[in-house]
Design a protein around this ligand. Structure first.
Ligand code: ZN
Ligand code: ZN
Length: 659
């Protein structure tokens, strides 16, 4: 293709250049590449920004055609579908006024004010969904037009009672507002909305829709403003994708830790005590105890020492640490006898005070100080959520104070500890390294040293990682671990964080080999993050079916009839003597009922004892999954379950061949 003066040059993702006549759009570009590409094209990415396929291109643009199924195609699909929802709702509920309708992570929503008419209920969703599919199959084109006369448009919106649209337009009047509208095959405008886009070129792409629920909200999420109704939905390119998503969602809901908290009696929160404060019930307290014991053992092996520090400290400490200036909004304070105290939001300054309590020589480094430290942070009450977002939590915190020479091997030590702990819990992870942000404190020398050290530590262990330039904290670079659970969901996991700020503020020092004072390197690290977070991940990862070593009750003995009660009780006592968490079900219920209940409670082992077992001095073992049975002597069973618990095994080795 030769370039005329009327041509524009567009750079494609493979860096090749395409020349097109002036005035060409994304659609023209797609067509010029191949008719097959044009058929799948739904939007463009111009210089990194998502835009309409119909947008006119400029000379020198870098353009990627976004096709059906591309990562960024979903937000265009979902946002466009929200307009279809609004158009349909307004035809079915003519009194409904529209708010906003963005795409969300897996779907979309649209807000409506229905006051003064029929409210929208969950029962209406199936009909609305059907109408949306019908509407979309009409293959309405989406066109856009700049709002040139804002005042006229405002007048029109207000006349129709669309006060929220008017409010938004008023706000955006200086930002080249645009109006989008659907047109039918005869070029007739059927519904329009004030929106910045981008949208699909045509509604024919919208097929695999599912409206999920309707809930209450307020205009702009502000409880003092108008009450609105929000319809949530999800949409995918194909029915298969939609089905898979709904299955994943259902699975995630079945595992939801707040739901299992009720059915398995795990934890509660209380209005009377305050939001975001967790009450651990015996079952989850046991899981936590096991996780803590395991954590402690592994830390002891890795050369950590344990400390215990207070929950409050004078405000002056938080002046020295700097928290009073950058963290004040998150801290709880109390005034006693004219002295202000603060509930600790972090453990770091406390560990520093212990480190500083005696003069340190290089021979004493590294110091690895660990604590299950309970901290309090004032999260917005609307943000607290189960165990995920809380106001009081216990961090599995530790701080390492070391020399510059020790720094790389200390990071590697933390990495190996994380690998061991997550490996035991059956969690896989990915690693991200975040480097110097724009507001970094400390000189270039220390940042270069720290970033190079972190990279070296990871490279020497052949750890693949994603680099997030500029995402470090202002006081140092960090390594983040992202956990992947049994159904592929990603959770925030461990962090290893360097700190150049606190050692400076507290004037930390040690005496080096040349008898000079030197500042130690300070590393913050948490592996579980907090006991609340890891417990939540464990509940959802195992869907409540904890491996035997974590299970609140490991064994339940079920006598066949009342006359086997004494034998059953004797077995339980022996199991407890051997350190097994065992209980007996002596209720006068039918045996099968007791077995089913024990299975539902996810108790790993049921030991059924009747005449035969009493006579043989054996137990009849059933595992919570499957209906396999196995008769063993109590001694054999004990040896096997002890080995399983000691190995912190994920699966039962006792009856795995049976179930
Ligand atoms: Zn829009
Ligand atoms: Zn810390």
């Amino acid at each position: 293709m030769t370039q005329s003066t009327q041509d524009i040059s567009i750079r494609l993702p493979d860096t090749s250049i395409r020349n097109l006549p002036k005035g060409s759009t994304g659609a023209d570009l797609a067509k010029s590449i191949s008719p097959g590409l044009y058929k799948k094209a739904v939007a463009i990415e111009r210089n990194g920004e998502l835009e309409d396929l119909t947008a006119a291109l400029n000379d020198g643009d870098e353009v990627k055609i976004v096709c059906v199924g591309d990562k960024r195609s979903y937000e265009v699909l979902r946002h466009t579908t929200s307009h279809v929802l609004a158009a349909v709702v307004q035809s079915m509920f003519p009194h409904a006024k529209v708010g906003v309708g963005p795409a969300t992570e897996n779907g979309f929503f649209y807000d409506f004010r229905t006051e003064g008419g029929k409210a929208i209920s969950d029962d209406d969703l199936a009909n609305i969904e059907k109408e949306m599919k019908k509407f979309s199959s009409g293959a309405y084109e989406l066109r856009q037009e700049p709002v040139t006369d804002v005042d006229a448009a405002l007048k029109e919106f207000r006349a129709k009672g669309e006060i929220y649209k008017a409010e938004l337009l008023e706000e955006h009047r200086d930002h080249n507002p645009t109006e989008y509208y659907f047109v039918d095959n005869n070029g007739k405008r059927v519904w329009s909305d004030f929106c910045a886009g981008p949208h699909l070129p045509n509604t024919k792409f919208i097929k695999a829709i599912k409206l999920t629920n309707v809930s209450g909200t307020n205009w702009r999420g502000d409880v003092t403003k108008d009450a609105l109704q929000r319809i949530y939905g999800t949409v995918w390119w194909t029915d298969e994708e939609l089905e898979q998503y709904l299955k994943r969602k259902q699975e995630a809901e079945a595992r939801d830790h707040r739901r299992l908290a009720k059915s398995m009696d795990l934890f509660s929160t209380h209005e009377l005590a305050g939001a975001g404060l967790i009450f651990w019930h015996p079952n989850l307290a046991t899981v936590r105890q096991e996780l803590e014991d395991f954590w402690k053992k592994e830390h002891r092996k890795a050369g950590y020492e344990f400390v215990v520090t207070p929950h409050i400290a004078k405000s002056e400490l938080w002046d020295t640490s700097g928290h009073n200036s950058f963290y004040k909004d998150n801290m709880y304070s109390l005034k006693v006898d004219e002295q202000e105290y603060v509930l600790k939001p972090m453990n770091c300054p406390f560990h520093i005070l212990i480190f500083q309590n005696s003069k340190k020589s290089y021979r004493e480094l590294p110091v690895r100080m660990a604590e299950m430290g309970t901290v309090y942070r004032n999260e917005a009450s609307g943000a607290v959520h189960g165990l995920a977002r809380v106001r009081g939590f216990t961090q599995d915190d530790a701080h390492i104070f070391c020399t510059r020479e020790q720094f790389v091997s200390e990071i590697q030590g933390v990495y190996r500890l994380i690998e061991k702990i997550y490996g035991t819990l059956g969690l896989t992870f990915t690693v991200e390294l975040s480097t110097r942000p724009a507001d970094a404190i400390g000189g270039a020398e220390i940042w270069d040293f720290a970033e190079a050290g972190l990279k070296k530590a990871l490279a020497e262990m052949n750890v693949a990682y994603e680099l997030n330039p500029g995402d470090g904290a202002f006081y140092g670079p960090k390594i983040d671990f992202k956990l992947k659970d049994a159904i592929g969901r990603i959770w925030q996991g461990a962090t290893i964080q360097l700190d150049f700020n606190l050692p400076e503020r507290f004037k930390l020092s040690y005496t080096n080999a040349d008898s000079e004072a030197e500042q130690p390197v300070m590393i913050h690290r948490a592996i579980f993050g907090s006991m609340e977070r890891i417990s939540m991940v464990m509940i959802e990862h195992f869907a409540g079916a904890f491996p035997t070593w974590l299970a609140p009750t490991q064994v339940i003995v079920i006598p066949v009839t009342d006359k086997h009660n004494d034998y059953a009780k004797k077995l339980v006592d022996e199991l407890i003597d051997e350190g097994i968490r065992a209980t007996v079900d002596q209720r006068s219920e039918r045996m099968n009922y007791k077995i089913r209940e024990a299975q539902e409670a996810q108790i790993p082992y049921m030991l059924i004892v009747g005449d035969k077992e009493m006579e043989h001095k054996t137990v009849n073992i059933r595992y919570r999954r499957g209906d396999g049975q196995l008769e063993l002597s109590l001694e054999d069973f004990l040896n096997k379950i002890r080995a399983e618990v000691k190995a912190r095994a994920m699966e039962s080795a006792i009856v795995s061949s049976q179930s």
